[in-house]
Design a protein around this ligand. Structure first.
Ligand code: SF4
Ligand code: SF4
Length: 475
């Protein structure tokens, strides 16, 4: 047997170490003696009959593996399966570029820039029809068993877009039901136009709803205001969050961290808690200025290093106040759906993109749908899909690879003008903190501990099924 190349060690304050295996997703706690042995190349001390049970546990957690197992090849195969896989399809419908807000960091462009880039265009009825055909045709041709629909914009609940989103969802979900295909709905909205009826409708689909909040009421109102009268939206959003309490809507708030917002975060958490809104997942996120549309916001973005010092403390503070957290590291065959063959973003012009952040930028357009619901691909399509982190020098050598999937393709583009370089992001800086804080949130009293000689191992969580994460920039 040998050590897995994908063991990541995280030191705890008491000298013990957590071992997270990025390919298997297991979490274990080992004492300093065992940690030292596992980090060394010489595993001979484990060849002792009194340690058989311990060795079995280490194998079960994927920390020790058979001598000839090529784990990089195993990851490469998993990556390929998920990239080309036909099981799942994901369709993102950008129903309109129009919005009733005018947030300063909007990556799609606001004001005059928005006018130049997309003219606040909404889908036409013909394009909506073509999108429905495209979704059904593609799902059927691929023989997919699971279909996810994402509604977003602009603002998907603006009058006009709202009716289209409803029609699209109801028709596609009904078609999926008849064809025995599982259906899931995600919605990204600024929240301002959601009412009780919409919440009930979303609840019927067990929707994952994401609404941005940018800090305490004062700060949020500075960033997220109505275009028409510049009135802040905090009160309206808080009311909508209250409507989702006790429903089947899984509500996430996307909290943007900038130099201005992050000092107000504790006040925000207290404010939400005092309003009994701690059923929502607080997702602390990046604000980027990758695209020209939001380049003038660059001075407010935080450096990666600063951002990643702040986040673990915010998770702890949110946990202390009883908020659910979505921070468990995952085994990720792909960084996000942008490199999956069966994933598409259709915008209000019928143009198709792969990455949320690159929507509307013609040089990143991967195709266009026609009115019969067929996709005419551009050369960019294959270029994006060719991205394979196993072929990227830094990624193939890095133990983090299965937990980041090679990072954000958009970031790679932004930094190196190609899709084929590392796009190191949250995992690179935060993986160890995620493991640590996630473990702190668990009750470990009933987790089994194996003591053998001077070695001790606690199995905190076993192997996990791979999962594709949401875009970490936007969701
Ligand atoms: S993207 Fe960065 S963090 Fe991820 S494997 Fe590649 S080099 Fe490592
Ligand atoms: S994670 Fe990066 S590559 Fe993936 S959709 Fe988001 S911005 Fe695009």
């Amino acid at each position: 047997m040998k050590n897995s190349r994908f063991n990541v060690f995280v030191r705890e304050n008491n000298g013990n170490e957590l071992v997270y295996n990025t390919l298997r997703g297991s979490i274990s706690r080992v004492n300093p003696e065992l940690a030292q042995l596992l980090k060394s190349k010489d595993l001979a001390p484990l060849n002792n009959s009194s340690l058989v049970g311990l060795v079995e546990d280490l194998k079960e957690q994927g920390i020790l593996i058979p001598p000839r197992l090529d784990e990089l090849e195993e990851y490469a195969q998993m990556h390929r399966r998920w990239k080309e896989g036909r099981e799942n399809v994901e369709f993102n419908a950008l129903l309109t570029y129009d919005c009733n807000f005018e947030c300063p960091y909007c990556y799609q462009g606001r004001g005059e820039k928005g006018q130049q880039i997309h003219g606040f265009k909404s889908m036409s009825p013909e394009l909506l029809g073509a999108t429905k055909k495209f979704i059904k045709k593609t799902t059927a041709n691929r023989g997919a068993r699971k279909l996810e629909l994402v509604l977003y914009g602009g603002e998907p609940f603006l009058p006009g877009a709202r009716e289209m989103g409803r029609e699209l969802t109801e028709e596609v979900s009904e078609w999926a039901r008849k064809n025995n295909i599982a259906f899931g709905l995600h919605v990204l909205s600024n929240g301002s136009l959601i009412d009780e009826n919409i919440v009930q409708w979303l609840s019927g689909y067990r929707t994952r709803l994401q609404i941005p909040i940018d800090g305490d009421p004062e700060m949020h109102n500075k960033y997220r205001f109505y275009k028409e009268d510049r009135r802040g939206s905090f009160e309206d959003i808080a009311r909508v969050l209250g409507m989702t309490r006790g429903t089947d809507v899984e509500t996430h708030i996307r909290i943007s961290l900038t130099d201005e917002t992050y000092p107000t975060m504790e006040r925000l958490l207290d404010e939400l808690k005092s309003r009994d809104l701690n059923h929502v997942y607080p997702d602390f996120c990046y604000i980027t200025s990758f695209t020209n549309a939001c380049a003038d916001f660059e001075s407010h973005t935080l450096s990666d290093l600063k951002l990643f010092r702040i986040m673990p403390e915010l998770w702890r503070k949110a946990h202390e106040r009883g908020f659910p957290l979505d921070i468990r590291p995952q085994v990720q065959p792909l960084p996000c759906s942008s490199v999956a063959d069966g994933s598409y973003i259709v915008d209000a012009f019928g143009e198709v993109y792969k990455c949320w952040e690159l929507v509307g930028l013609k040089e990143h357009m991967v195709g266009r749908i026609d009115f019969d619901g067929n996709l005419e691909k551009t050369a960019v399509y294959e270029d994006v899909l060719e991205r394979n982190p196993v072929n990227i020098e830094q990624c193939r050598k890095h133990a983090y690879l299965p937990s980041c999937g090679g990072g954000c393709v958009c970031k790679a583009q932004w930094q190196s003008k190609t899709y084929h370089t590392p796009g190191c992001g949250t995992e690179k800086y935060l993986l160890k903190d995620k493991i640590k804080v996630y473990t702190e949130t668990l009750d470990l009293t009933d987790k089994p501990t194996t003591q053998a000689g001077s070695f001790r191992l606690q199995k905190i969580e076993g192997r996990q099924q791979p999962k594709m994460s949401h875009c970490y920039v936007l969701v």
